[in-house]
Design a protein around this ligand. Sequence first.
Ligand SMILES: [Zn+2]
Length: 244
Amino acid sequence: VRIRLSLLAALAAVAVSVPATVAAVPEQANPHATLVRVDVFDPAKGGKGGPPAPSTANCSDEPAGATSSSDWALTGWKTAGGAAHLNSSTVPAALGDVRGVLQASFDAWGSEPNVPDFTVVADGTVTRATANRGADLLFGRVSGNAIAVTYTWRWSDGLIESDTVFNRSLAWAILPEDSSGCAETQPFYDLGNIAVHEFGHIYGLDHPAAGRFESMYKYGYTGEVLKRTPGDGDRTGLGVLYAP
Ligand SMILES: [Zn+2]
């Protein structure tokens, strides 16, 4: 709204000063979206379409001091935060109400200094990633055996939009806390663990070249919960990106 008002003011000023020589200015075209990134979160093991092992997870305990402030990378955008629209009708019934888990996953980043907040609202309606100027969260079809995919668009007026699709075909759970970062007996993908990684992309973080125990590490594991808490590299990268 602010942009449009200033544009109108500028046009009015031009019209007053040189009315006879200014050609009719067309209405500003509706902003359009360009898909700039598709971040695919791959499973660590199992091969194409392979399900996780039936009785054990494939995660690893996080050793003390395993994250490093040098292990971070950026995608090239920042977000302004706002509402994230969850389509509750797409959520696997076994998970129940996931709003709290998803909100906590945004807050893992948004609680850092100068970082904008997202608020998860269960008013989403889309069933696939859709460029509609709002962040959408849903379970749906993804290509291959990705755990989740985050799509990011840059709109012609500068707005950055990201949608996250969690692979509805996988075995999901909301696992209990595990101080080691890995629940070896749980062959499920923990929603919070995966969501923190995906929302890191929404905030503008990329996969670091190294950093096996950072939240933004490029692979996800069954039973893993350590990504719920950003590591030293994750937090350093975010701090650089959102420094005032
Ligand atoms: Zn990723």
